[in-house]
Design a protein around this ligand. Sequence first.
Ligand SMILES: NC(=O)c1ccc[n+]([C@@H]2O[C@H](COP(=O)([O-])OP(=O)(O)OC[C@H]3O[C@@H](n4cnc5c(N)ncnc54)[C@H](O)[C@@H]3O)[C@@H](O)[C@H]2O)c1
Length: 353
Amino acid sequence: MPPIGLAVIGAGYWGPNLVRAARVTPAFRLQWLCDRDLGRAQAALDAYTPIQATASYEQVLADPEVGAVAIATPAATHFDLVRAALEAGKHVLVEKPLTATVDEGAKLADLARRTGLVLMCDHTYCYTPVVRRIRELIASGEIGDVQFVDSVRVNLGLIQPDVDVLWDLAPHDLSILDFVLPEGVVPVAVAAHTADPVGTGKACLAYLSLWLSNGVLAHVNVNWLSPMKIRTTVIGGTRRTIVWDDMNPPARLMIHDRGVDRLPADTVGPDERRQTLISYRTGDISVPALPEKEALLSVMAEFGSAISEGRAPLTDGYSGLRVLAVLEAASRSAESGGARVDVAMPAALEGSR
Ligand SMILES: NC(=O)c1ccc[n+]([C@@H]2O[C@H](COP(=O)([O-])OP(=O)(O)OC[C@H]3O[C@@H](n4cnc5c(N)ncnc54)[C@H](O)[C@@H]3O)[C@@H](O)[C@H]2O)c1
C-alpha cells in the first residue's frame, strides 16, 4: 500500500513531536504542517523540506492527497477540527483529551463509526513498553486481583490557558487505567479535590479518588507546581505488586513479591485472630528488561496500521470518551467541594469495552 498523505495540525509544544514521528513512519508521507500562526509552522520545518507549511486548515482538508490528519491543538479546538476532518473523509489522530466535553466526544465517536474512518486518540503512554507490560501482567493473572492503584504525576508544568491540571495531566493516568485494567473494570464514581494556591484561575493540583466497578479504590495525584518530577504508579495485586517509576529507566518497572496476605479465618482461634490473620510477604523484587522504544513511533505505526487494516486502533474514540466521562465527573465533584459523583458512561459507549 502506498504511504498515506498526512497533515499535522498544530505546531506548538507537542505538534513538532508528531512531525518528527510521522517523518520516520513508513505508513505516512507527511505533506502539510498547519498552524494558524504560519510563522510557527514554518519555524518547525527545515529550509529544504518538501513538507508545506500553511495557516489554512481548509486548504489541508481540500487536498485530495491528504488521507489523514494528526491534530495537536488545544483541547477546546478538537471538536471542530476533528469533525471537519471526518466530514472531509480524513482519518484522524487527535491529542488527548479527545474533546472538551463528553457530549462532543460522543458525537465524534459516532461520526467516525458512521463514516467508517479511523478516529484515534493519542493516549501516548498506552504505547510505551512499560504500560504494555503492565497490561500483560494484569491480564495474565501474574499479579492476581488488583487491590489498589496509586498514581503520582507531578512536576513544574506549563500552566495551560484552556484546561486545568485535571484535564491536562489526568488523561494520562485515566487512559493508562482504561488500558491496563481487566476487561469490564471501569470507574463508577469519583471524588476530586483541587486547589489553585498561586491564583492562576484554574486548578494547579488535584487529588482524584476513583471507585472501580470491581470495588477497588484508585488514586491519582496530578500537580503542576512541584519542583521535582515524580511519575510513579503502584498497582497492588493479591499475588504481586507492580511499581512503575518512570523517572528510573534502569528499573522503570519492578514486580514485588512483597505485600500483605490474609490467612483463612479457620486457621487460627478467635483470641489470636486479630494479630495472626495478617501475614507479610517479603519475597523477591524482579526488574523485567524492557525495550527502549519511543511511544510516539508506536502511536504513528498503530494509526497507519488501523487505517490500512480498516480496524479500530488500540486507543480509539471510545477510549477517549471513557476518559472524558471520568474527567467530567471529576470536574463536577471538584466544583461541589469534592463530593463523590457517579461516572455516567455515555450511551455511545455501550459494548465499547
Ligand atoms: N500526548 C502527550 O503526551 C501530550 C503532551 C503535550 C501536549 N499534548 C496535547 O497536545 C495538544 C496541544 O498541546 P500543546 O502543548 O502543543 O499546545 P500549544 O498551545 O503549545 O500549541 C498549540 C498550537 O495549535 C495552534 N492552533 C490552535 N488552534 C488552531 C487551529 N484552529 N488551526 C491550526 N492551528 C491551531 C496554535 O497556534 C499553537 O501553535 C493538547 O491537546 C495537549 O493536551 C499531548
